[in-house]
Write a protein that binds this ligand. Structure first.
Ligand SMILES: Cc1cc2nc3c(=O)[nH]c(=O)nc-3n(C[C@H](O)[C@H](O)[C@H](O)COP(=O)(O)OP(=O)(O)OC[C@H]3O[C@@H](n4cnc5c(N)ncnc54)[C@H](O)[C@@H]3O)c2cc1C
Length: 275
């Protein structure tokens, strides 16, 4: 049962959703409802108006234009995990979607909702950062794009709707690894990597205050080899304050776990890139 009052509107178009969003304090976009509705039940989330965008076909589906995948914000996590274009061009995103929650959450939860949810670490932001993805956002002033890293840092700005994720389709040299909380399946720590001609791109979440790209670790590993010893040493050189203790785990443990998961992901990505 949800104990607070709120209104509900089913947006017939993206333009109507933006108008409703601009016109009501406390208006929230409703997609799959897998974060927002439990949050409203517990009181962790507040809303005066829920703007249901689930029927907007233009926000759904995966396409490829040259070297870039366009993943509509309403694409479900199950669709993302199974999509052949995503599995071939951005395997870290497909793996992150597969690692998410349980079948019901994956069938209802959406790409946009997973990227926009801020109350605890989720799986897709870290994969999107490693992939060098950009978020497409619609607002009163039109459409713009922002790096996934910026979205993870500041969330979807008030008044804007996340419409798509734009992802360089780089092939198989990418991977995602996660240690899940046993009760919730949310990440205790997750790492995503993509090996590019300029070196590895590495992002971590759960162990860190938010999904973060670890440029220091990338610099130390540039040129390889990506052995477990080298990766763990690169993580040990990071400032300890980067890793936040929590849920009965120390910062030292989480820093080590982040290194182990990154080493596994790099080994898998490197094996695929040379296959
Ligand atoms: C039992 C359970 C287990 C879970 N396990 C995991 C897990 O292992 N890993 C993980 O990462 N997550 C996990 N989740 C969270 C789940 O994956 C997310 O709740 C889901 O992906 C969010 O998508 P949604 O479409 O349901 O978003 P909603 O709940 O509808 O919205 C979430 C937030 O995003 C905003 N929003 C949604 N879409 C947009 C948009 N297009 N533009 C702007 N703002 C938007 C909403 O306003 C709200 O603030 C779990 C959830 C449950 C209930």
């Amino acid at each position: 049962m949800i104990l607070t009052d709120f209104d509900y509107a089913r947006a017939a178009s993206l333009e109507e959703a933006l108008t409703l969003l601009a016109g009501t304090d406390g208006a929230r976009v409703l997609a799959g409802g897998q974060s927002l509705l439990p949050g409203l039940r517990t009181g962790a989330e507040k809303a005066r108006l829920l703007i249901d965008v689930r029927h907007l076909a233009q926000l759904r589906g995966v396409g490829q234009d040259g070297g870039e995948l366009r993943i509509g914000a309403l694409t479900t996590l199950a669709e993302l995990a199974a999509d052949p274009l995503v599995r071939a061009g951005a395997p870290e995103l497909a793996a992150a979607a597969r690692a998410n929650g349980d079948p019901q959450v994956r069938n209802l939860g959406t790409v946009g909702g997973n990227l926009a949810a801020t109350e605890r670490p989720t799986d897709l932001p870290v994969a999107a950062i490693a992939a060098g993805a950009r978020a497409e956002l619609a607002g009163p002033g039109g459409t713009r794009t922002a790096p996934a890293e910026e979205l993870a840092a500041s969330g979807v700005p008030a008044g804007e709707v996340l419409t798509a994720l734009l992802v360089p389709a780089a092939g198989a040299a990418a991977a995602f690894e996660k240690t899940a909380d046993r009760a919730t399946r949310y990440p205790v720590c997750a790492a995503a990597v993509r090996i590019t001609p300029d070196g590895p791109r590495i992002a971590v979440t759960g162990a860190t205050p938010r999904a973060l790209r670890l440029r220091g670790v990338e610099d130390r590993l540039r040129g390889g080899p990506y052995t477990t010893t080298a990766v763990l040493a690169a993580f040990r050189a990071e400032p300890r304050e980067l890793f936040v203790p929590g849920r009965g785990t120390s910062a030292e443990y989480l820093g080590h776990l982040a290194g182990v998961l990154t080493a596994r992901a790099l080994a898998r990505a490197a094996a695929h890139s040379s296959a």
